[in-house]
Design a protein around this ligand. Structure first.
Ligand code: SAM
Length: 232
């Protein structure tokens, strides 16, 4: 049973959606409704809960952040979801973006390299009654070949270059939304696969924590194989 309920008018969550998403150009009503229904305070540490509806990233531990709500709305809208899709997310983090996707499509596959973040996100989504998500700990730059192809792929960390495995795992007509570029100077791209071609649109400038791929470092991990353990 899902515990998601629409926000009350005038509540911090409703104001966040109205002032920081709708007023800044997010038009997809399904995206706005999804973000109205998801309690962002459940995804941040208790001492930051008072800032949960500010339009900014917040620290979630392990040198990682939950993304700014406006950017979550923008990236989700760019996927053009209708409800039937299977979507791959790279960078589970807190699980907030995962929850937004889970409300908007049929099935989500999400990969996180830091095991403790993945476990925490699994607990949060279970608590909210969200059950259409598959979790994996590993290097997301390799994608999830056994579950491919995907109608949408969303990368929530900045890649230095386009991971080849991800475009190969895109279904015909599928969209890949990904920040690409050096730290501090990334551009959000939407790459659409159409009749064997890839159409590349540049959406906006963004600032994400880096996609840390052991593959890029020259030590390939098998899909699903875990990177070295991280301490608290
Ligand atoms: N979408 C998340 C949320 O809503 O909380 C925020 C994601 S945070 C900006 C980026 C995440 O990507 C971090 O949790 C980081 O550990 C993860 N990450 C970085 N490189 C990765 C990789 N190669 N594979 C999987 N996850 C990765």
């Amino acid at each position: 049973m899902s515990l998601l309920t629409p926000a009350e008018p005038g509540s911090p969550r409703e104001r966040m959606v109205r002032e920081h998403l709708a007023a800044r150009g997010i038009q997809d009503q399904r995206v706005l409704d999804a973000m109205l229904s998801i309690p962002r305070e459940e995804f941040v540490p208790a001492f930051l809960a008072q800032y949960a509806y500010d339009d900014r990233p917040l620290y979630i531990g392990y040198e990682q952040t939950i993304s700014q709500p406006y950017i979550v709305g923008l990236m989700t809208e760019a996927l053009q979801l209708t409800g039937a899709e299977r979507v791959l997310e790279i960078g589970t983090g807190s699980g907030y973006q995962t929850a937004v996707l889970a409300v908007l499509c049929a099935e989500v596959y999400t990969i996180e390299r830091i095991r403790k973040l993945s476990v925490r996100a699994q607990t949060t989504l279970r608590k909210l009654g969200i059950a259409n998500v598959h979790f994996r700990v590993g290097d997301g730059a390799l994608g999830w070949p056994e579950a491919a192809p995907f109608d949408g792929i969303l990368v929530t960390a900045g890649a230095s270059e386009l991971p080849k495995a991800l475009i190969e795992q895109l279904a015909e007509g599928g969209r890949l939304v990904i920040p690409i570029g050096p730290l501090g100077s990334q551009t959000l791209h939407r790459i659409t696969r159409k009749q064997g071609q890839y159409i590349d649109e540049k959406l906006t400038r963004v600032a994400f924590v880096p996609l840390i791929s052991e593959t890029e470092a020259g030590q390939p991990l098998e899909a699903g194989q875990e990177p070295p353990a991280e301490d608290d």
